[in-house]
Design a binder for this molecule. Structure first.
Ligand SMILES: [Zn+2]
Ligand SMILES: [Zn+2]
Length: 114
């Protein structure tokens, strides 16, 4: 794992030429050079909520959650108790990062401010 200078966990992001760069979902910084490793790749998409200045990370390919760490947390949608998780620094660096969870069974994604 690598962390951006802003404190967020950087994630692999595929570029148009097939290379994978480490990309910061919080500030958008990209760490070059990329590493060619398609098997470990998962596509990350982020959208900005302008009213909150927060960003939500969505993993577009649910099959790739197998490569991510998971924890025991109950999915409110299907009741499954295993979900992968990752953290994103959504505000200033001195605030706790937001933890996102994605249910391994149904793919339900939610966040936790804890
Ligand atoms: Zn950053
Ligand atoms: Zn679920």
């Amino acid at each position: 794992m690598s962390f951006c200078s802003c404190g967020a966990l950087m994630v692999p992001k595929k570029t148009e030429n097939g290379l994978v760069h480490m990309h910061c979902p919080s500030c958008g910084k990209i760490l070059a050079p990329g590493v060619k490793n398609n098997s470990k790749l998962f596509e990350i998409k982020h959208t900005i909520r302008h009213n909150e200045l927060e960003k939500t990370v969505i993993i577009e390919n649910p099959n790739e959650v197998e490569t991510m760490p998971f924890t025991n947390v109950t999915c409110k949608k299907c009741g499954n108790n295993e979900a992968v998780y990752w953290q994103v620094q959504t505000r200033s660096a001195d605030e706790a990062p937001t933890t996102f969870y994605r249910c391994k069974k149904c793919g339900n994604t939610w966040r936790d401010y804890g």
